[in-house]
Structures are given as C-alpha cells and as structure tokens.
Design a protein around this ligand. Structure first.
Ligand code: HEM
Length: 557
C-alpha cells in the first residue's frame, strides 16, 4: 500500500484529526521517553572520557522537564536526586536553559575554585530582576555593562566581608543583643509564673527579624513602617515563586507586600540617606545610627548613591536584597538552634554554664566574641547549618567546554546546581571524609559532630546511649568542608555566616541566662520535624506549631 493510497483511504480521511492527536499526545511522548531513557543510561554508564553529562529522560521535546519544574523546583529536584542520584552529574532542562546537578565533593570543590569560568553573575541578575524588582538600568550594571560596575562589585563582594567578620562584627552583634534583650524584656515575662508561647516559629519571625533589621537598618525604619516585618515574611515566603516568574494575579499578596517594601524603603532612604555624602562612615563615626542604620549599610548605600544610573528604586531593591540575605535563613537557623538545644537537657545545662562564664554581672553584658569562639558553639552552628538548612549555590559556565574532571565536560551557558542538604546527608561521603562525624546518624542533630574530641566520648564507645555529658574538643571542619555547602563556597561564600552564628549564639545566651525556657511538649517535637530529603532546597519549617514556656530568672546566671 503506497502512502498516497493511505492518505486517500476513507478511514484515514474520517479519523485523521484523531490520528494526529494520538501521535502528538501518546506516540511522540512515549517514543521520546524511550529514546531519552536509552541515551541517559548509555551516557551515564559509558567509560568514554570528556563527555557532556546525561540529560534526565523526558516526555516532550522542547519543554523537557518544564512540567515537573512547574510544580515546584525544590520538590522536583528532590525527586530526581532520589531516582537518578546514583547517576550524577545529570542535566535538567527547561526550554533553552540547562541545569547540571552535582553530588560529588571533588566536583563541588572544582566549581568553587573556578570563579572566572563558573560565575554567579547570571544568577544574581535574575534574582535582582525577578525577586528584588530592580530597574533595567541597575540590571545592566549587574551584568557588567555601564559606568559603576566595579563600584557595585565592591559593594556586593568586599563590604559585607569587611563588616560582618573580624573586629567589625562584635559591635554589630552587641547591637543585636541589646535590641533583642530590650524587646524581650518589654514582653514583661514574669519570674514566678510561666508564659506559654504558642508558636515559637511565629514568635521568632517577629522578634529575631525585628532585632536583625534594627541592627542593620536602624530603629527609625521600624517606626516609620510598622508593617515591615509582616510584609517582609509575606515577600520572603514567595521567593521561589518570584524566581520562577509567577505573575501578579497568581500571588497578589506577595506582589503587594513587595510594592509596600519598595515604597517604604524608598521613603526611608530619601529621608535618612539623602544625597551621597551624608553617611557617617569615617573611622571615628559610631558603628550604628538609629536613623541611618549600621555603618555597613550606610557605606554600602553611599556607593550606590554615587552611581548616576542607580535611582532610589534601585537602592530600595538593594536594601531589600540585604534584608532578605540577612533574615531569610538566619531566623529559621536560630529557631532550630534553640529547639535542638531545648530538646537535650544535658546540652542546656552545659551551655548555660559555658555561656554564663562570659556574662559579666558588673557591666550586665555578654562577651559575644568569646561565646562564639567556644568550640561547642561553633560546632552547633555548623551542625544546624548542615541538618536544618537546605540551600543551593548556582554558578553558570562562561567558557567553552569547562573540564569538570577526566570524565565530564560542561558546555558553555550551562548552570551548575549544588544542593547543601543532599551533600550534608550523604553518609558514605562523610564516612570516607572523616569517619568520626558519622558516629551518630547524619539524620539526627548532634551538637558535637564537628568537635575533634580530647578523649573518646561516650558516643564513640556506645553510639546508641544518650550521653550524660557533652563532649569537649577542638572545632574542626577538616575533611568535610566540601560536604558542608550551606553557605555556598569560593568567591561568593556567604559573608554573613559569622553574623548568623552570632545571632544564634546571642539569642541562646539571652534566653538561657536571663530566662528559663522549656519545650511545653518535648515528646511531640519528634513528630513535627520535617522530612529531610523531600525538598532539595528551601526553608526547613516544622510541620506544626512548637510551644515553649518561658519565665524570667530571679537573678541572671
Ligand atoms: C544561616 C544563615 C545564612 C545562610 C544559610 C546563608 C546562605 C547563603 C548562601 C548559600 C549564599 C550563596 C553563596 C554562594 O553562592 O556560594 C549566600 C550569599 C550571601 N549571603 Fe548568606 N546566608 C546566611 C546568612 C546571611 C546573613 C546574616 C547575611 C548578611 C548579614 C548574608 C548575606 C549574604 C550575601 C550578601 C551573600 C552574597 C555573597 C556574594 O555573592 O558574594 N547571609 N548566603
């Protein structure tokens, strides 16, 4: 039978639309899936060197994995890692964009150590465009086009590193402590009776965020804009949706919150930061000003104020980026820091004693530098980041065929994704890198995980017993730093990590030394812990409210 006779066949004539539909809806996707599965496994298993990593099988050419991603990238990447993780690195595509998922510590190191080839520039432009709502002129500058791009780079890379570490950090942490203490003491918690906090997450969303914002931006903005904290969390809880470019009609409340944030930040900048020479950023100037904010923020905004193409809208979007960077992960990490401490009475006792040594009753102050230098505090910070933070670092390849190792090449334009939780929970990698870190399962919180013990601890001798004492030792990330990517890595390694550590430790210090605080239902916490592998990244939130009770100590520790 010839093709022309098939086409003239009355059956074909009658059902041709249905036949086309069947081919389009069933046959093409089915055959595409079979073919792409074959290609995936062939590439993944082949021993040929210097090849492009395999693409996860897909059903529809052109759309590739767009449908899966449309239902939420964190869950989709989590599912792909579960299904295809052993064949990594693998590629996920949507339209013209390709993302390479890495799961190997050596690959991660190679990416972070190649800042010229693997840059965060594209990703940053996307974030400022879609999430922060920066104007076009600013986006050009962030893309390296236009006068002032060197100054912008200095403001983005150098200034946060300068102000959030070393000797500059302590006065910032002191502002946080005094603000958090003052706000807590205004709650009038009693000494004799307990007060129940019904939902510690919401309580901290308000209290920690207010104190962090006041530390960086000053107190005037919170007075001028009382909804600030509420609008911030409405905006922040939709970051993923902004990143995906969801339109206003699909999340009107988030867009309205962002509009209000822009408007109010603009008004505040216009009143407090007018002109480009007003900021008090000399050596002799105070580290913090109630109206203008921290020296860090003033210095940073002064850089932008001097660039003609950055207007107040661009500066408001920049302020929003700092607000997001400094709060989005800091509050959740501090929440878990406190919860995990309260779950372990032995740890509470140990920390109360250790931190108490650095609280001076005469001056009524905490020595935050000494507290954050305690090995157990450093280890807890690393452990909370490992277990209860799920972040992603993204780099885009700017060069022709980047050589990942002897086996794999990354084509130009492909973006690389590194998910902290995936690496943080890979027992095999941790056991090979530093066996002592897996004495207790990676799925559970272990405050001493990053301590190199002075002598063998109870846990080492018998990992199933609940220890009566908290082990001591030296804090070390030796061997495991490439597996702990919560703060990213290389040139863009989070500059705020020491500030986050100070916020966690300061919050704990105030709560333990000035108050008594307990979980109201300690046995229930186990049931509201989020499952650790479902989402590749995103805020790790309890599945239900966690209640605590608090009362003021008669006298401080
Ligand atoms: C637990 C809290 C925090 C976590 C988990 C966290 C995580 C991260 C991650 C994953 C990155 C991307 C790094 C990369 O691409 O390699 C980053 C970048 C950044 N973070 Fe944080 N962060 C935290 C707290 C903070 C704080 C408190 C601040 C500000 C005070 C801050 C400011 C920044 C800035 C400015 C960048 C961009 C750095 C650059 O591109 O050079 N972060 N953070």
């Amino acid at each position: 039978m010839s093709l022309s006779s098939v086409l003239e066949d009355p059956f074909y004539q009658q059902y041709r639309i249905l036949i086309f539909l069947w081919i389009a809806v069933v046959a093409v996707p089915f055959l595409t899936y079979q073919l792409t599965s074959f290609l995936f496994y062939r590439t993944a298993r082949s021993n040929v060197s210097l090849k492009t990593p395999p693409t996860i099988p897909y059903w529809v050419p052109g759309i590739f994995h767009g449908v899966g991603l449309a239902f939420g990238p964190p869950a989709y990447f989590g599912k792909l890692i579960k299904e295809y993780g052993s064949f990594s690195p693998f590629v996920v595509k949507v339209g013209p964009l390709s993302f390479l998922v890495l799961r190997d510590a050596n690959h991660v190191k190679k990416i972070f150590q190649s800042p010229k080839q693997m840059t965060a520039r594209d990703f940053h432009v996307q974030i400022f465009d879609k999430v922060m709502g920066s104007p076009k002129e600013a986006l050009l500058l962030y893309g390296g086009i236009g006068e002032g791009s060197d100054e912008v780079e200095h403001a983005h890379l150098t200034l946060p590193r300068q102000y959030f570490s070393g000797s500059q950090l302590t006065p910032m942490a002191d502002v946080y402590i005094s603000t958090f203490r003052r706000n807590l003491s205004n709650k009038m918690f009693q000494t004799k009776t307990w007060t129940e906090i019904e939902d510690l997450w919401s309580f901290f969303q308000n209290e920690i965020t207010r104190a962090t914002i006041e530390t960086i931006f000053g107190s005037a903005i919170l007075k001028q804009y009382p909804r600030l904290v509420r609008d911030f969390w409405e905006f922040d809880s939709n970051i993923e949706n902004f990143t995906r470019g969801l339109p206003r009609f699909m999340m009107p409340a988030a867009y309205t919150a962002r509009d209000r944030l822009h408007e109010n930040l603009k008004n505040w900048l216009q009143s407090a930061h007018e002109g480009s020479d007003l900021a008090e950023v000399g050596d002799e100037d105070p580290v913090w000003d109630a109206d203008m904010g921290s020296k860090f923020f003033q210095t940073r905004d002064t850089v932008f104020a001097k660039i003609p193409s950055l207007d107040y809208q661009a500066r408001a979007a920049e302020a929003l980026a700092i607000m997001q960077g400094s709060n989005s992960n800091t509050m959740p990490s501090t929440f878990w820091y406190i919860i995990e401490t309260l779950r372990n009475p032995t740890l509470v006792k140990h920390l109360t004693k250790e931190i108490g040594r650095h609280c001076d009753p005469a001056s009524d102050s905490f020595d935050i530098a000494a507290i954050t230098a305690l090995p157990i505090i450093q280890s807890m910070h690393a452990e909370i980041g490992r277990l209860r933070m799920a972040t992603g670092a993204i780099r885009t390849n700017e060069v022709h065929n980047f050589k990942l190792d002897e086996k794999w090449l990354i084509p130009k334009g492909m973006s690389v994704m590194i998910f902290s939780h995936d690496l943080a929970l890979n027992t095999e990698l941790w056991a090979n890198a530093r066996p002592q870190t897996v004495v207790r399962p990676l799925e559970e919180f272990w405050a001493e995980r990053f301590l190199v013990p002075d002598k063998p601890t109870n846990q080492e001798r018998n990992p199933t017993t609940v220890p009566e004492k908290v082990g001591t030792g030296r804090f070390s990330m030796e061997g495991v730093s490439a597996l702990h990517t919560t703060f990213g890595g290389g040139q863009h390694l989070c500059p705020g990590r020491y500030f986050a550590r100070a916020v966690q430790a300061a919050t704990l210090a105030v709560l333990l030394c000035e108050y008594e605080i307990e979980l109201s239902d300690p046995d229930d916490v186990e049931y509201v812990l989020p499952s650790v592998r479902e989402l590749a990244y995103g805020t790790v939130k309890p599945r239900d409210k966690i209640r605590v009770r608090i009362r003021k100590r008669e006298s401080k520790i």
